[in-house]
Ligand binder design. Structure first.
Ligand SMILES: CSCCC(=O)C(=O)O
Ligand SMILES: [Fe+2]
Ligand code: NI
Length: 181
């Protein structure tokens, strides 16, 4: 279930708000220009479908989204028990960072937590199948797919270089671990 949990950035473990109502999640994030939507419509391609099949299934949605955001490319990120070096990949995402473009992601299968650090609060957005999230450029955040990931996501990029992060070098992600280690 998609869930938003909000904390003060000084108080891990003490949620101030929690909701699993998608409309409420969207409404709580909208004031910060964070977009959260559910896309129901296309028949969901099988978990092991190849990249072209997944992109083709979502083409009309992607074209609209890329038109709205000016993004130039899309790919499919698949992470599961077969993913080599998952420990290193998880670490790369699980440290507070920013990007110089919006981070636009859509969950075709599985789930993961996008955790945003806005002003003095932490917004833990658990995204699930059929959820779209867009985190504005420059926003501090991290991502955790958990210790046993199994997700397929569409990623939309504006820059030709693909995924580039600027790390903030804080330990916030470690203090707000979704999956305590
Ligand atoms: C599910 S997309 C992986 C996470 C990511 O791209 C990021 O945190 O920048
Ligand atoms: Fe990111
Ligand atoms: Ni859930």
């Amino acid at each position: 279930m998609s869930t938003l949990t909000i904390f003060e950035d000084t108080a891990p473990g003490q949620a101030v708000v929690q909701t699993s109502d998608p409309a409420q999640i969207a409404a709580l994030l909208k004031p910060f220009n964070v977009r959260f939507e559910r896309w129901e419509g296309p028949e969901i391609p099988p978990r092991d479908a190849d990249e072209t099949t997944v992109l083709t299934a979502y083409r009309p949605f992607l074209d609209r989204l890329m038109g709205e955001t000016g993004a130039g490319s899309a790919d499919v990120l698949r992470v599961n028990a077969q993913t080599p070096n998952y420990g290193a990949l998880r670490k790369k995402f699980l440290s507070e960072h920013t990007h110089s473009e919006d981070e636009v992601r859509f969950f075709v299968h599985g789930s993961g937590h996008f955790v945003l650090h806005i002003d003095d609060r932490i917004y833990d957005v658990e995204c699930c199948q059929s959820d779209l999230i867009s985190v504005p450029e420059g926003y501090k955040h991290w991502f955790d797919g958990g210790p046993a990931p199994d997700f397929v996501t569409l990623r939309i990029f504006t820059h030709k270089e693909g995924w580039i992060a600027d790390y903030t070098d804080t330990d916030l992600a470690q203090r707000f671990l979704v999956y305590p280690q």
